[in-house]
Write a protein that binds this ligand. Structure first.
Ligand SMILES: NC(=O)c1ccc[n+]([C@@H]2O[C@H](COP(=O)([O-])OP(=O)(O)OC[C@H]3O[C@@H](n4cnc5c(N)ncnc54)[C@H](OP(=O)(O)O)[C@@H]3O)[C@@H](O)[C@H]2O)c1
Length: 262
């Protein structure tokens, strides 16, 4: 890209893990970067590594649970016409179980995993629609499809992101904006903390492989990318089953099995 056509990608959680690999790969594709996170040292380290691709990198220290910080990032998306890619990646987990959960920690997770990506997606959708181009990559999780595993609340935040993405895709495709949901399985990052050491190796993907596969899915125009899923037809069958429920999800009368005479 020359200076007059330069485009930039804004990556939340660009300071580590999956976000740091997106930073490297999108810089490799010629995007300038705006990296968002709380940890200044880690942001700087990722930024310095990305500049070897010859792109401009800016870091924004922001805690996405803080209203003023989140609004600053939204404002940047709304006003910086060079930004054509949003990677909604920042996210945190939660301990399994609800009855004994730290409810404040759950609320914070919802702020990072749901509220922030929603506000940022809206800001990007508005700006990108007006420009008639742009890409929104929302990092969901394979756990969106598996509420019985791990934390149901975490799964719920990621199911929210999946549903939001599917709906946004439908709305924004006619306006020239591409939307992709990425559903990583267990990925080797700081996300798991020490618990990551106990995950079976056969279940855990390196973040580099995960992001490269997700970008291949983006290039292929996928709406939903599940990097570890061997057969895409399995997702299509799941989606088709969901679609078959459609005509019967809202009807005038209850089903016969609930006691109403046919
Ligand atoms: N690793 C997995 O197995 C896995 C699987 C499926 C989905 N995911 C999803 O992938 C995404 C990235 O996670 P990761 O695996 O790369 O984990 P990670 O290495 O722990 O990265 C999480 C990122 O989120 C940022 N973040 C957390 N809280 C924040 C806050 N309050 N404000 C701003 N930024 C915040 C962190 O930046 P700072 O610390 O600098 O703030 C960090 O850059 C998350 O959405 C996660 O749910 C991960």
């Amino acid at each position: 890209m020359n200076s007059s056509t330069r485009q930039a990608a804004l990556i939340t959680g660009g300071s580590s893990g999956i976000g740091a690999i997106y930073a490297d790969r999108l810089a490799g594709r010629g995007y300038d970067l705006v990296l968002v996170g709380r940890d200044a040292d880690r942001l700087t380290a990722v930024a310095e590594a990305a500049t070897r691709h010859g792109v401009a990198v800016e870091t924004i220290r922001a805690d996405l649970t803080k209203v003023a910080d989140l609004r600053r990032v939204e404002e940047r998306l709304r006003t910086d016409g060079a930004i054509t890619v949003l990677v909604n990646n920042a996210g945190i987990g939660a301990a399994p179980g609800l009855a004994d959960a730290d409810v404040d920690a759950l609320e914070q997770m919802i702020q990072v995993n749901v509220t922030a990506p929603t506000r940022l997606a809206v800001a990007a959708a508005h700006a990108f629609s007006a420009a008639g181009r742009g890409t929104i990559i929302n990092i969901s999780s394979a756990l969106a499809l598996a509420p019985e595993l791990f934390s149901g609340a975490y799964s719920g935040t990621k199911a929210y992101i999946l549903n939001l993405s599917i709906s946004m895709r439908q709305e924004l495709a006619p306006r020239g904006v591409q939307v992709q949901a990425v559903l990583p399985g267990a990925t080797r990052t700081a996300f798991w903390g020490p618990a990551g050491d106990h995950l079976p190796a056969a279940m855990v993907m390196d973040a580099e492989e995960l992001v490269d596969a997700a970008l291949a899915g983006l290039d292929a125009g996928e709406d939903v990318t599940i990097p570890s899923l061997p057969d895409r037809a399995d997702w299509d069958a799941f989606n088709a089953a969901r679609g078959r429920l459609g005509p019967n999800l809202s009807r005038q009368h209850a089903a016969a099995r609930y006691g109403r005479a046919a």
